[in-house]
Design a binder for this molecule. Structure first.
Ligand code: GAP
Length: 470
């Protein structure tokens, strides 16, 4: 199981409506992709399962949905204005611009078979390039009226720490979870949705007292590896942990461990779990030196809120430490697609493409298929069953009669639908009395085994198999 090459997954995604290149009819926009009808279901399912595990199944978590546009001073004090940079080099010959530390990911503009630096072109010295997108706020463009599109969702959580604390009366340790868009002006967006300029993150900022941080960090690493394996279906032997060396740590981090997944393009980061210490809450808190610097630029540009916590045990204010699990939604989608993809050779020598998604992730949970589309009784029964499954409110079910039954099964296999339900003459009880009236054939995507099931039992049976399975 698992795709051998990214091309297999890219082709399936386009063909079946998981993902399309962004703005395609105008020639596209590099580093952007649009989720199609099946892609949006898969992505929503992934996010819902993450929220379920990290918020609903815990007693120590709150949720948040902060604005994408934030006061630009957030990004000054978070350190992003200064340090959120990648090393940029230009090729003096082909005029291409490349990320100096990722030349192996890029191709020379004159000879696409060679990487920059391997060809004749001479590269400039690397210079820092800030990856934050800027946008204009309000109608009058002046040097002060810009904002950044957030490059991480995390800062929305930090600046609301006091608000959440006051409105929820939480005690340490507790966390705030958020899922939302982030934007980065990547120099070399690449590898389908692996590195894009607009993407989503699923982040937690977990606040604790210094001293608790190291153990909580380790617990999150273990818990999140297990989530990717048990809930999302990634195989454990394609996952590795990467202890980020001190020289590569982000400016806020004391320790970061990346959960790496073996994509067809190689072993790459899926989620980063960082110990951000008290860096962010500390830098956003009122601090006399910063107030003076900020007030010199703009009198309204400082935070007047102290993002601290009153610890009753020690009877003092302290700035909590923060453990941050931060996963990319789009990388998660790509990982589950790559993992689930299989070209299976059947006993009769034919090949079928099957997407062995965990049922809870599958865009469509059940397809109801009539054995004959010209038989009004069969068609009516099939549509009724589809409506009954849909009415559970917990699964997307579809009716399809646009091809013969064999072809319909193959189509559903390819998009990962775990169950097909076939309605035939036995369902109607028109054949000789054989005890099969009001039953249907239930086909399992993975084993292709079929069983006869009473229609009345279908909703409970399917819900148990779909959600019990993850
Ligand atoms: N708040 C911490 C933070 O943003 P990060 O390692 O820069 O840390 C976290 O990003 C996750 O976001 C990554 O592990 C990755 O899954 C995802 N991510 C980052 N940049 C991305 C990009 N350009 N395209 C898609 N996903 C990206």
């Amino acid at each position: 199981m698992a795709a051998d090459s990214l091309d297999q997954v890219v082709s399936l995604c386009k063909r079946r409506g998981f993902l399309y290149p962004g703005s395609e009819i105008y020639g596209g926009l590099q580093g952007t992709f649009d989720y199609g009808p099946l892609g949006v279901e898969l992505k929503n399912n992934l996010k819902r399962l993450w929220w379920q595990h990290n918020v609903y199944e815990r007693d120590d978590m709150e949720g948040l949905d902060a604005s994408i546009l934030m006061n630009r001073y957030v990004w000054r004090y978070s350190g992003h204005e200064q340090t959120f940079v990648d090393p940029l080099v230009d090729c003096k010959t082909c005029k291409g611009r490349f990320r100096a530390d990722r030349l192996g990911d890029a191709a020379c503009l004159k000879n696409s078979k060679q990487h920059p630096g391997e060809c004749e072109g001479e590269l400039t010295e690397p210079r820092p390039f800030n990856m934050m997108f800027k946008t204009q706020i309000g109608p009058i463009p002046d040097p002060e009226s810009f904002a950044y599109l957030r490059p991480e969702t995390a800062q929305g959580i930090f600046v609301n720490f006091r608000n959440v604390l006051d409105s929820s009366n939480r005690k340490l340790p507790f966390g705030i979870a958020q899922i939302g868009k982030a934007f980065r002006n990547e120099i070399t967006p690449r590898n389908f949705i692996f590195r894009v300029r607009e993407f989503e993150q699923m982040e937690i900022e977990y606040f604790c007292t210094p001293g608790q941080d190291e153990q909580i960090h380790n617990t999150f690493i273990e818990d999140h590896v297990n989530w990717w394996v048990n809930v999302c279906g990634l195989s454990r032997d394609r996952i590795e942990l990467y202890e980020v060396p001190a020289a590569e740590l982000a400016h806020y981090s004391k320790r970061t461990v990346d959960i790496m997944y073996r994509f067809p393009i190689g072993l790459e980061e899926l989620e980063g779990i960082a110990n951000r210490t008290d860096y962010d809450l500390g830098s956003h808190s009122r601090d006399q030196e910063k107030l003076e610097i900020a007030a010199a630029v703009n009198p309204n540009a400082h935070s007047t809120t102290r993002l601290s916590y009153f610890d009753q045990a020690s009877n003092r204010h302290m700035v909590p430490f923060v453990i941050e699990p931060s996963a990319g939604v789009d990388r998660g989608v790509l990982a589950v697609l790559c993992e689930a993809y299989e070209e299976e050779t059947l006993e009769n020598g034919e090949t079928r493409v099957v997407l062995r998604l965990k049922p809870a992730l599958a865009p469509i949970k059940a397809a109801v298929l009539p054995l004959k589309k010209n038989e009004p009784g069969i068609v009516a029964a099939a549509k009724q069953i589809k409506n009954m499954l849909q009415a559970t409110g917990q699964m997307r079910a579809v009716y399809d009669d646009t091809a013969g039954i064999g072809k319909l099964y193959r189509r559903q296999d390819e998009i990962g639908t775990p169950y097909c339900i076939t309605v035939d003459f036995d369902t109607l009880g028109r054949e000789e009395e054989n005890g099969l009236k009001d039953t249907v054939t239930l086909r399992d995507r993975d084993t292709m085994q079929q069983e006869r099931v009473a229609i009345a039992d279908l909703p409970a049976l399917l819900l148990g198999r779909i959600y019990g399975a993850s």
